[in-house]
Design a protein around this ligand. Sequence first.
Ligand SMILES: [Zn+2]
Ligand SMILES: [Zn+2]
Length: 152
Amino acid sequence: MGSRVHRGSCLCGKVSHSVSGSPILSAYCHCTLCQSLNSAAFIHTLHFPSSVFKWTHSEPHEALLESFSVPTRPWKTRWRCKNCGCTVASYNSKADKWSVWGHQLEKDSDGKTKGWAVLQPTAHIFYETRAQDVGDSLGKWTGYEGLSDRIG
Ligand SMILES: [Zn+2]
Ligand SMILES: [Zn+2]
């Protein structure tokens, strides 16, 4: 269970990656950056140590991937597929970890994310800037879970 591999890919499938084991963090993020980057009210973000992240498409990576960062977070390098434009992963050089997003990970035939028991979110983070209320039982935090104020 602990070393289970989770595979993900972009919309067109040319770019793919894998992570393994349990995430350091799995949460629904309501921060304004995630909202703007994805045009979504919130996203399911997962953090993994850099040691378990791998690109799994064929090399050279430069042929398929391009990177960008936003001025307010220069330590985060985001990677997107050159073919479909889908951002698939982000590397945080301060924390030496990768972020991937839950709905780009492999699904089973029922449409459920594989490995959900390990990958499911444990909280709503940066909930103050939410675009909509979420009436589930997970904790709601002003920042990261356990490191900020719980507001729900
Ligand atoms: Zn693609
Ligand atoms: Zn966010």
